[in-house]
Write a protein that binds this ligand. Structure first.
Ligand SMILES: [Zn+2]
Length: 407
């Protein structure tokens, strides 16, 4: 009797175990590759044979709408958390906690790895909580000092690391033994951003950067093929924002309008102003009366469309430059006049130059499918669906807005 029971128990166990194992094996692989500042139209220049292949065979969106402000760290966090910056907490590349005076700066590795600034749950954490191994090769904000908020595998950022080394690192993770292999890998390459700032989006240098990144795409797919991973891997190639031309002729010194009593933060397309107590209306009125080549809002009247009012570190007044214009104050004017670059981003998310790319290919995606503009807040719920896991309930992204690109 006891023997029979043991046999029965064993049979039942095997019955339940096999489908679970099979289901685990069937889980797809996803590579999320971000090309910093790869503007939506760079894929239409006839110089990207490898991306052109995805345009023809996979999913190709007209553009990818960033979150406001269209800056690198806010948008990489938006893509990986499905939240607007006012909710995930990285409201700009550099900003201050006005209550403690502490600063978040992307050039400061201590603040960038300090978990307290990051209020959203990154997709890799959602995966790891649900038993899926993940990896990041340089995704902005993937090196937090709290190990529970990092991917299983990650690399410390080095701006000058060879791009082929990065792609080799990504494919090496896919060659790990099955039990150690990550199912999600996020990675990042910055060439188009560097060249876009320095020479402008319409320069031969940017075209060269586009070609470099396109050849990395070719290298990635060849490596996947050699690793026998091509048929089971889904690749999403996107960018955090676009790029537009700026010049020394389009500079506005806000301090000339409001005087020097207020606290001013940010140089470029977006500036935040905290007037002295009781002076908000007065400073706002001054800026509103002189509103020329910029828009001024208070935290209370900024249109909901910007999704930029709820975070407590957002100042009382927000100034947004018109496309191509640069906001400065007395202290930053001289250096901007001297070092003004040819391109910038950070402007309104619907300004077409601020929009990025979205291309995707692999077993879960529709074939030869062209669609309109997608929103980058929806990438997180898309990733959850592909890997069959439950998204966080407090996100801004909606699977319903993007799910139609899946088979
Ligand atoms: Zn960027």
């Amino acid at each position: 009797m006891k023997k029979n029971f043991l046999f029965f128990a064993l049979t039942i166990s095997i019955y339940f175990l096999i489908p679970i194992a099979l289901r685990a094996q069937a889980k797809p692989y996803v590579i999320l590759l971000s090309f910093d500042a790869f503007r939506w139209d760079y894929v239409n220049r006839g110089i990207t044979p490898n991306l052109d292949k995805i345009k023809a065979d996979g999913v190709w969106a007209l553009s990818l709408r960033p979150a406001f402000p269209s800056k690198t760290f806010p948008n990489h966090q938006t893509i990986i958390t499905g939240m607007y910056p006012e909710h995930h907490g990285i409201i700009h590349n550099d900003f201050t906690n006005p209550f403690t005076k502490e600063k978040y700066k992307i050039s400061d590795s201590v603040s960038v790895t300090d978990p307290k600034w990051y209020l959203g749950e990154a997709f890799w954490q959602t995966c790891e909580r649900q038993g899926i191994k993940t990896a990041s090769y340089f995704w902005p904000g993937s090196e937090l000092s709290d190990s529970t908020r990092r991917p299983t595998y990650y690399e410390h950022y080095e701006h000058k690391r060879n791009y082929y080394t990065i792609i080799k690192g990504v494919t090496a993770w896919l060659k790990l033994p099955y039990k150690d292999r990550p199912h999600f890998i996020a990675t990042y390459v910055h060439e188009t951003d560097d060249m876009g700032h320095r020479y402008g989006p319409n320069s031969p240098e940017v075209n060269r950067a586009i070609q470099i990144e396109d050849s990395l795409v070719g290298f990635l797919f060849n490596s996947l093929k050699q690793a026998n991973m091509l048929d089971s891997t889904n690749v999403i190639i996107l960018s955090d924002h676009g790029m537009t031309e700026v010049s020394k002729e389009k500079i506005i010194n806000i301090e000339e309008t409001i005087g020097s009593e207020s606290k001013i933060d940010g140089v470029g397309p977006v500036m935040m102003i905290e007037p002295k107590t009781g002076k908000i209306a007065e400073i706002y009125d001054k800026l509103k009366r002189n509103e020329d080549h910029y828009k001024v809002y208070t935290r209370d009247n900024i249109p909901e469309y910007y999704e930029f009012s709820e975070h407590p570190f957002i100042y009382s007044i927000i100034v947004i430059a018109d496309p191509g214009w640069t906001l400065v104050d007395n202290s930053s004017k001289a250096s901007v006049m001297k070092y003004q670059q040819a391109g910038n981003h950070g402007y309104d998310k619907d300004f077409i130059d601020m929009q990025g790319i979205f291309l995707a290919t692999g077993p879960v995606f529709k074939k030869a499918y062209r669609t309109g503009t997608l929103w980058n807040i929806d990438v997180y719920p898309l990733l959850c669906k592909i890997l069959g896991i439950i998204p966080r309930s407090n996100i801004d992204g909606k699977f319903e807005r993007i799910g139609f690109i899946l088979k």
